[in-house]
Each structure stands twice: as C-alpha cells, then as structure tokens.
Design a protein around this ligand. Structure first.
Ligand SMILES: [Zn+2]
Length: 218
C-alpha cells in the first residue's frame, strides 16, 4: 500500500546497525558478531488466539533455520495491519483446518516487511537464546529447526518485495546470532520433503546465507 513505509523501515534497520557500530564500547568485543534485533510483533500485539493444546518448550538450541512460504495471496497491501491479518489467517488455518495447537511456524515475514511471532513463546525464547517452542512446520525437523514463513506464494514466478527480503535477512541474522546457528544452516522446506515450498526463496538460499553472514559481521 505504502512503499514509503517499507523504505522507512529499511532505513530504520540500517540506521540501527549504524548506531550500534557507532556506539560500540571498548570491551564489547563480541558486539561485532551480534546482529541487530529486528522489530517483531508478538502474539499479544496482533491478538493471537490462545493455543488449543499445550506447547512443548525444547530446552536446547535449534541448529538450523528452515524457510517457508504461506501460499497466501501476493498482496500489495504492505501495512502492519495486513501483516496482522495474515498472522490470523495462518493461525486459523493451522488450528482449525490442520488441528494443530497453534501456528506451526515460529515467525512470519509479511510482504510489507513486518515480522509477527507465530507460535506462542517463540519471541521470548529467541531473546533468551537457549530454548525454543516445538513447532509444526517441517516433518522430521521440528525438534531442530526454527521455521520462518514468508507471506505470499512463490512457486509460480512471483518474487519477494525488497522490504520482505531485507527483513527476512535481518530476522535470520538475529536468530543465527541468538542461537549460534551458522548461516550455512539456513535451508528451505523442500530440502526435507516433497513440496514446492518455499518456491523462489529456495533458489535464493545461497544469497540469503551470504547476506545473513554479512549482516552478522557488520
Ligand atoms: Zn513449508
């Protein structure tokens, strides 16, 4: 809807990175490997339904990130309100159609570049960096992986918006940083199953790993 909004967000992200670099104090030797924390709207912010079954928290670090797409419409509404509507749409689908406890993914990235928390507990455990809620997103990998899903459908020629891409990079960099995940351990859903998910994002994985590594080193 409003490209200015996406631009402002990109500037905020790069501005925050610059600020951290400029204010790094002597003695913070590890600051150069710490990625910038992106804005993430938690489940309370977008008004998620409570889970309909208990969610298990795994008391160890995930070892990989798996990228998905949600196969929602490729909207041109880039607003935060649309990101929240999308978060509801995914949660309703996963709880009511799939019968899962809650949203299957840990985080969602909208086409407007807004991040929402998916499964309850994902945001708090990410900040802590030593545990994560068991998700439902990739058969055989849920005990090891953070699931990040992109709003839209990318198996049919569509490409992500610049804002979506930039924020995906920032979220992956922060997740890698908090959990000590090497950027090389970022995968796509189709690496682990017979699916088209995440479409063109799978072709873009080498670039994603590269940009996440650069963001972490910045
Ligand atoms: Zn998937």
């Amino acid at each position: 809807m409003n490209p200015d909004n996406a631009l402002r967000r990109r500037l905020l992200l790069s501005g925050a990175a610059g600020l951290i670099a400029a204010t790094a104090l002597p003695g913070t030797a590890h600051a150069r490997t710490a990625a910038v924390e992106p804005d993430i709207d938690g489940t309370a912010v977008w008004g998620a339904r409570p889970p309909q079954a208990a969610i298990r928290t795994l008391q160890y670090r995930p070892s990989k990130i798996i990228v998905h797409h949600t196969v929602s419409a490729n909207t041109t509404d880039f607003s935060r309100a649309q990101a929240h509507r999308h978060a509801h749409w995914v949660q309703d689908l996963h709880m009511d159609k799939n019968g899962w406890a809650d949203t299957g993914y840990h985080f969602l990235v909208s086409r407007g570049g807004w991040i929402t928390e998916g499964r309850h507990g994902s945001l708090g455990t990410l900040a802590g960096g030593s545990a994560f809620p068991l998700g439902t997103h990739t058969s055989g990998q849920n005990g090891y992986a953070i699931g990040i899903a992109n709003e839209g459908a990318y198996h049919d020629g569509a490409v992500p918006t610049d804002a979506q891409w930039d924020v995906l990079v920032a979220l992956c960099a922060y997740t890698c940083s908090r959990y000590g995940i090497p950027p090389a351990q970022i995968y796509g859903h189709k690496d682990f199953g017979d699916t088209l998910c995440p479409g063109v994002f799978h072709d873009m994985l080498p670039r994603l790993r590269e940009e996440v590594a650069a963001a972490r080193a910045a």
